[in-house]
Design a protein around this ligand. Structure first.
Ligand code: ADP
Length: 375
């Protein structure tokens, strides 16, 4: 019987997984199970379905290790961490920082611990890559005592950024690597300014709501709007949470869909307004990161939209032409890995991310080191 490592990324309505052969970490399978909370196929049932599927399809393999993606590690957790009840309790305290993500991630961990107690579970935190951020840029301009309470800019999509940094030597020309902005554009979207491939600052802040306009999240918003919704429109916190996280962004502005594919295919003028706003705000946010780097050598597009939408890449870069950016239109349409024209002052790249690979690597390296320490 050979052992396999499973990675899990438990969202509120889907469970993304990947399966890796041990000890060589060769990818076996990746997939996603959609489920509906409170219905027959809820998260617990989806986990059982996945474990049964692994057993049936790869019957000679046994899952020994699970690496979980956890969206938020607060100020306590930066390193991969072996999960047990006490660690889970500490992570539970962080739920207010990521109310839409952490509950399902913790629920998956708890269910596996009860049902498959022999499996070792490791948490990897999406905030970890941003540990190197400049502390000044992490601050909000609020009274000091709030920063002491952990009200700081953390940043997310760390596993994706770390993966891009790990392949930069192969994929990005040396003259474009030093002052780099990586745009992770998926349902959730953010950008990270990297100096020599380390995070200096990022567009997401205290929660995964800040920064860019996203599929259903509003991104950066004048805090006065929230006060107005509360004080003058009489909305309660749950209604506001739902508006900001689930009803805004591409979906809210278009009134059609959060999916760029559908909006690109639509003739409705609100679809094109939503895409225009998405691209303009992305360009604005990208430009806003440049002072932290003191200039710009390269841009990387990644994530479902960044990797697949030539239209959105072109629209964003159109607003940044004043930086001396020249796009190679054919290379962009063909989804090549380098998409800048020869005379561009900034290198532009399209690199598919692989958060699962980063998760598997961290989990396995961490457990191997633990075993070596004990032996
Ligand atoms: P998540 O943040 O959930 O991991 P992804 O990174 O998978 O999301 O991105 C999903 C989004 O990518 C979709 O909602 C869609 O907007 C966009 N996308 C995926 N494929 C394409 C495509 N071929 N053309 C344009 N957009 C696409």
């Amino acid at each position: 019987m050979s052992d396999v490592l499973l990675t899990l990324n438990a969202g509120s309505s889907n469970l993304k997984y990947s399966l890796w052969h041990l000890p060589d970490l060769i990818s076996i399978e990746q997939g996603k199970i959609e489920f509906k909370p409170d219905k027959d196929l809820n998260l617990d049932a989806a986990l059982v379905q996945l474990m049964d599927h692994i057993y049936e399809s790869h019957g000679n393999k046994s899952v020994r290790i699970i690496g979980h993606r956890l969206v938020h590690g607060g100020t306590q957790f930066y390193e991969p961490t072996l999960l047990n009840e006490s660690i889970e309790e500490q992570i539970k305290q962080l739920i207010p920082l990521a109310p839409l993500h952490l509950p399902s991630e913790l629920a998956a961990i708890g269910f596996i611990a009860r049902r498959y107690p022999e499996i070792k579970q490791v948490a990897c935190f999406d905030t970890a890559f941003h540990k190197t951020q400049n502390s000044l840029y992490q601050q909000f301009a609020l009274p000091k005592e709030y920063a002491k309470n952990g009200i700081l800019r953390y940043g997310f999509h760390g596993l994706s950024y770390e993966y891009i940094a790990s392949v930069a030597h192969e994929c990005i020309d040396v003259q474009h690597r030093s002052r780099l902005i990586v745009a992770h554009l998926g349902n959730g979207a953010s950008m990270c300014a990297m100096s020599d491939l380390k995070s200096v600052t990022t567009t997401m802040g205290f929660t995964a709501l800040d920064g860019l306009m996203m599929g259903t999240r509003c991104g950066e918003l004048d805090a006065g709007v929230v006060l107005y919704l509360m004080q003058y429109l009489g909305l309660n916190d749950q209604q506001i949470e739902s508006i900001l996280y689930k009803q805004s962004g591409l979906l809210g502005v278009s009134g059609i869909s959060s999916d760029v594919r559908e909006l690109e295919a639509s003739n409705d003028k609100n679809a094109s307004i939503a895409l225009e706003l998405f691209a303009f705000r992305a360009a604005q946010k990208l430009a806003g990161l440049i002072p932290a780097l003191g200039g710009l050598d390269g841009i990387v597009f990644t994530g479902g939209i960044g990797e697949n939408s030539a239209f959105i890449r072109e629209k964003i870069l159109f607003h940044l032409a004043w930086l001396g950016i020249q796009l190679d239109v054919n290379a962009n349409q063909n989804h090549s890995s380098a998409i800048h024209a020869a005379n561009s002052l900034v290198g532009i790249y399209r690199i598919p991310t692989n958060e699962e690979k980063m998760l598997a690597t961290h989990t396995y390296t961490f457990l191997s080191q633990q075993i070596m320490r004990l032996s």
